[in-house]
Ligand binder design. Structure first.
Ligand code: 9PG
Length: 784
């Protein structure tokens, strides 16, 4: 037995059979037992698979320091895999945290080329006809798992063992967009395939078992399991796409990651993947406006200018910083150098006008997509990727026809992409690019000109070229992008399906026709992912939860649904973008958008992140000059009204009773026995609370000025007979603040102007305020 021990984990490898196990050094019962490494390949026409066995320990494990992930005990061993394929497995057991990394390096020792289909970095359990698997200290019915979809628009969220794999429902229309791996769920309850990573545990609370890939630079990797089995069967597969491995050639996987036992943490996995890919998570995305969700492809230069001017007129109320032109300006899909008739001015003049109005110009571009009939398709047929059986690859059906993609493994295509990005950034002068449909060249149906490159390698190399050409300063937003491929490339990333002015998934407004598809444009689909993937925010990039649709006309969203969308965007901490006709927004709609500004840029905590999609509760712990509080979002995702309650001990770890102000309706609530009961929440509605432990004397209770109900307090100076506070939002604000006072106020002013507080309860007063950028609030009372 080969053994590697760290203070956290014990890795044991049985040399003869190649079976390896990981147990927690703490003696915890979570363990992976008797896992195997295997390779699926073809020599000529024969499909074969080999298992790595007959290990020879090559080097005694020594402790080494890794630039990115700290100190490890390292073990590298060669196995006889048979058929002339040499398999080397490399393990790194962390000495600092309870995780280990491993990867496989394959070497073709035969004289002939081989075709590699997949590498299983781990396979264990009875579902694969093997012994072992993952042992968990949680009964099957109480388990939950995070299921992650392949790209931006794919489903992501918590599942329970009785649930089924969520996936695209519309066949050829959307299947090619979301299937990133060769592993398939049977669709039976508890049988899940999660792209790149998963976390398993109880629906809320700590992670018991975290498994994933640190990167998707070499292959797209996925994790498969049956959550309801006593001992879980587990497979972690790197898809090799049938690449050709020439004689003498090597093929390495990305590093796989596994954490179990006390201290195992999905957040630590996200951080590790961020380190591995040198994530660019530090630059805030500018708040802005996007043309897509009101104008779609009907956008004209006149509409763009009208909205730019409207954004400028609204600026004191709604301080947006960016105007982003989306799809619709190009002559055809794929012909980005030519404008359509609705855009008479040159792109550089279009961006100059936006800049002159005081905004950062942003533009959408979909560098790989080619529509049949476009000039690109007619003049550069040889640049297009092939598909299965020699037919052009179908990477999605749009306009009732197959959509085509460029073959990014062709050198001429890489040159063209460089020219395209260079033109948009340097000649058109757009410092913000939304790059869309990025999964296209990596769709499973695509066959490349270069048969030695995996889909993941092709996409990653191309995205690196795009970043290089765009330069470090250009802000790049990825969209429709396989997640792992984008880490370290993009400053921001769309993490969910498109929003839509309709709540439920639909096809031409027919809900039944969408069959509940979790990926098509729908406010509900967008909201689910923006919460489920909130933990990625500022770890892998800046999350783009997609736009707020604030309009109250030309929308099917109810006022409750619009507020829920706003609350979820705010609590996600990610980009704040509007996508309405800004010149036609009602004062109420402007107000709904206003309460998100300025953004707090922090993602809320999700106690049941792993257990439900979307999570029903989001909590943002807050601190300011006036003390500490929690912003709590409570969502009713059901189609019927429902009451809810907050257990303070469990959720916000407060032992005292609290006072809570409900943002949308200004209702004041108090907990009793540690429980805060809500009134009935209408279908698809949300309650946004500011929760504070009750003190005596002067206390800030909340406001209707900003969703946080407290971030507006810049200074807070209570004294014996009065209070002086500075409220600051950097924009116009009009509404009220709720303050507990020790006595009846005798004189109150905002910016020196007299105001009249209204008594709400024994000691809570609602104080009307109004200011631009900031306001000084003074309240005096007389103590008897
Ligand atoms: C412009 C749009 C917007 C939008 C992007 C992307 O077929 N589909 O499922 C599908 C999903 C999203 C989508 C288009 C098609 O929208 O997310 O913000 O930029 O492209 O065409």
């Amino acid at each position: 037995m080969i053994t590697v021990a760290s203070p956290f984990l014990l890795l044991q490898i049985e040399p003869l059979t190649g079976a390896w196990s990981v147990v927690s050094a703490a003696g915890d019962s979570t363990a992976l037992r008797e896992a195997r490494i295997g390779v699926g390949f073809r020599a000529g026409r024969n499909r074969s698979r080999v298992e790595a066995r007959g290990y020879r320990a090559e080097r005694a494990a020594s402790v080494r320091k890794d630039r990115l992930h700290g100190r490890f005990r390292v073990l590298s061993i060669d196995a006889e895999a048979g058929h002339g394929l040499a398999v080397r497995a490399e393990w790194r057991v962390s000495f600092e945290k309870p995780f280990l990394l491993w990867r496989v390096v394959l070497n073709n020792r035969t004289a002939a080329a081989q075709t590699v289909d997949w590498i299983d970095l781990c396979r264990a359990g009875r579902r694969f006809g093997l012994a072992g698997g993952v042992g968990l200290p949680i009964p099957p019915a109480e388990r939950a798992m995070f299921v992650n979809g392949w790209q931006s628009w794919s489903f992501a969220g918590g599942r329970r063992s009785r649930d089924r794999q969520p996936g695209p429902m519309l066949g050829p229309y959307n299947l090619p967009m979301h299937i990133g791996t060769g592993l398939h769920s049977s669709g039976r309850p508890g049988h899940f395939v999660s792209d790149m990573f998963t976390s398993i545990g109880k629906p809320s609370g700590k992670d018991e078992f975290v498994a994933g890939f640190l990167a998707q630079r070499e292959q797209f990797g996925a994790v498969e399991t049956w959550l309801g089995d006593g001992e879980l069967s587990l497979r972690m597969r790197a898809d090799c796409d049938g690449v050709r491995l020439d004689s003498g050639g090597t093929l390495a996987t990305d590093w796989a990651y596994l954490a179990l036992g006390p201290g195992a943490s999905a957040m630590e996995y996200f951080d590790a993947a961020a380190r591995e890919n040198c994530a660019r998570a530090g630059r805030a995305a500018p708040e802005g406006w996007c043309s897509w969700y009101y104008y779609h492809t009907a956008i004209s230069q006149a509409d763009l200018e009208k909205n730019t001017d409207a954004a400028r007129a609204l600026h004191a109320k709604l301080p947006l910083r960016m105007i982003q032109l989306d799809d619709g300006y190009a002559a055809d899909v794929g012909d980005w150098f030519e404008r359509g008739p609705k855009f008479p001015s040159a792109m550089k003049d279009i961006s100059a006008r936006i800049r002159k109005a005081g905004f950062t110009p942003g533009v959408w571009i979909s560098p790989f997509i080619v529509r049949p009939g476009s000039r690109m398709q007619r003049e550069h047929r040889e640049w297009l990727a092939g598909g299965v059986q020699g037919i052009m690859s179908n990477v999605k059906i749009t306009w009732l026809r197959d959509t085509l993609t460029l073959d990014v493994t062709r050198p001429e295509v890489a040159e063209y992409l460089r020219l395209l990005i260079r033109t948009v950034v340097r000649e058109w002068k757009f410092p913000f690019l939304k790059l869309d449909y990025l999964y296209l060249p990596a769709a499973r149906s695509v066959r490349f000109f270069d048969p030695t490159i995996t889909r993941a390698q092709a996409l990653r190399r191309t995205l690196e070229i795009i970043r290089e050409e765009a330069g470090e300063k250009t802000y790049l937003l990825g969209c429709g992008c396989p997640l792992g491929s984008g880490i370290g490339i993009f400053d921001a990333m769309r993490i969910g399906p498109d929003v839509d002015p309709v709540w439920k998934p639909h096809v031409f407004r027919r809900t039944w026709a969408a069959r509940g598809d979790p990926t098509v444009p729908a406010a509900w689909n967008a909201v689910r992912n923006m919460l489920s993937r909130a933990p990625l925010h500022r770890r892998w990039w800046w999350n783009d939860p997609d736009c707020l649709l604030a309009r109250d006309a030309e929308t099917d969203l109810t006022a409750d649904e619009r507020r829920t969308l706003a609350a979820a965007i705010a609590l996600s901490g990610g980009m704040v973008m509007l996508s309405d006709d800004l010149s036609a927004l009602s004062p109420e709609s402007v107000r709904l958008a206003q309460i998100l500004l300025p953004p707090l840029y922090r993602a809320a905590e999700l106690p049941a992140w792993r257990g439900e999609a979307p999570p029903r509760v989001a909590i943002l712990p807050m601190r300011g000059p006036q003390g500490a509080w929690w912003v709590v979002g409570l969502f009713n995702w059901a189609d019927r009204p429902r009451k809810d309650s907050i257990n303070l001990r469990e959720w916000i770890h407060s032992k005292s009773e609290v006072v809570a102000l409900s943002f949308w309706d200004g209702r004041l609530m108090e907990s009793s026995g540690g429980i805060l009961d809500t009134p009935e929440i209408p279908a698809h509605a949300s309650i946004l609370l500011a929760v504070r432990t009750r003190g005596n004397g002067v206390q800030y209770i909340g406001s209707d000025l900003h969703f946080s109900q407290g971030a507006e307090v810049a200074e807070w100076k209570p004294a014996r007979n009065g209070l002086r506070a500075v409220l600051r939002l950097g924009r116009e604000a009009e509404g009220a603040v709720w303050i507990a006072l020790p006595a009846k106020p005798v004189r109150s002013t905002i910016e020196g102007e007299s105001i009249q507080p209204e008594r709400i309860s024994d000691d809570v007063w609602k104080v009307p305020v109004r200011f631009s950028k900031q306001g000084i609030l003074e309240i005096r009372w007389s103590r008897k």
